[in-house]
Ligand binder design. Structure first.
Ligand code: OGA
Ligand code: NI
Length: 339
């Protein structure tokens, strides 16, 4: 029900019990400041080899990096975030018909998580999920309001997935895989989650997004100007700096599998804040549902045996969803090979 949306009921003063995370999962009173340690990589660097090396190192060490000079004009970011802000500010009657937990739809508005009904504690966020491929087909299902939203977001998706393809090519070369290894069904699907994190009465007790790794190959996040994303590094949370011109890139589970563990998908979460609403857009680059994802043959040898079983991506997603709501402990466990 659309009445579940945080933005529809929150008075900004009280945090319901169903948003209070257990003590070991809460951010606590001292929310870690942002740090410059997650690498910022200049995609305009003419030294391709150097760029590749930085991307591979960051993907091994942090599972995360930011890119600047990626070629997407700042105006595209600002217009896109503007459209999303306007969308979430629309009166409820303009949004309520999009409310759904059915991920087979090309456009849904939901709150916390698509398994809202199965989870014990909710994330402090409302989200819009847009399927983005094939773009021309999906765009017809996206919100009609605010005016021009489809065009602006469509343009954003085209430009940002281009950045994604470039990054995947660089990763491909860095791993020593044949050119175009990721270009087919491994990266054919693109899905965007637009998150609205309303101001929160008590950021110490709750999370905007609980700890997780992303499911696909890579995620390209527009964090905007308000920080909130935290990455787990050596058991400590570090806050990712908000650089309005940058895109945050992270390794998803499927890239960890394909790279046979060379690149790491790293746990991250989102903290809320008391004062301002935060809007982010995550573009997930994913395999097709029927794609069997397995370690690349070129990365497997007698010295480096496969760490993971091949799995159909759709089945992996089921496991992920069960783990997200706490039904199973570890997403990767069923896919690990004992060596
Ligand atoms: C996600 C995610 C981070 C953010 O959507 O998977 O991690 O800052 N989002 O919204
Ligand atoms: Ni994520």
């Amino acid at each position: 029900m659309a009445e579940n949306l945080v933005s529809s009921w929150s008075d900004g003063k009280t945090l319901p019990e169903s948003y209070v995370f257990p003590p070991e999962k809460r951010p606590g009173e001292n929310i870690v400041p942002t740090s410059k340690s997650v690498p910022v990589i200049d995609l305009g660097n003419v030294n391709r080899g150097e760029t590749i090396q930085k991307i591979i190192e960051a993907s091994q060490e942090f599972g995360f990096f930011q890119v600047i000079n990626h070629g997407v004009p700042r105006k595209v970011f600002d217009d896109t975030r503007g459209a999303f802000k306007e969308f979430f500010a629309l009166p409820m009657e303009d949004k309520a018909n999009l409310y759904s937990l059915d991920v087979s739809r090309k456009c849904i508005l939901y709150t916390s998580n698509v398994d809202y009904d199965k989870e014990e504690i909710h994330n402090w966020r409302d989200s819009l999920r847009l399927v983005c491929s094939p773009l021309e087909e999906c765009i017809q299902s996206w919100p009609e309001k605010p005016q021009g939203c489809r065009e602006v977001v469509g343009d954003y998706v085209m430009k940002v997935r281009e950045v994604g393809s470039r990054i995947l090519e660089l990763i491909c070369e860095g791993l020593g895989l044949e050119p175009g290894y990721f270009a087919g069904e491994l990266s054919q699907l693109q899905i965007m989650s637009v998150h609205h994190y309303p101001p929160c009465p008590d950021p110490s007790l709750t999370l905007g997004t609980r700890k997780h790794c992303d499911t696909g190959l890579i995620t390209i996040l527009l964090q905007g100007d308000i920080p909130g994303l935290q990455v787990l590094k050596d058991g400590q949370w570090i806050g990712v700096e908000a650089i309005p011109d940058a895109l945050v890139i992270n390794v998803g589970y499927q890239l960890q599998i394909v790279s046979n563990g060379k690149l790491r998908s790293v746990e991250h979460r989102v903290v809320t804040n008391k004062d301002v609403a935060r809007f982010t857009a995550a573009l997930f680059i994913e395999p097709t549902r029927d794609c069997i994802v397995e370690p690349a043959k070129a990365l497997v040898s007698a010295e480096s045996p496969p760490l993971y079983k091949g799995a159909r991506f759709a089945d992996f997603l089921q496991t992920f969803r069960a783990a997200y709501v706490g039904k199973i402990k570890d997403v990767m466990e069923p896919y690990m090979l004992r060596t």
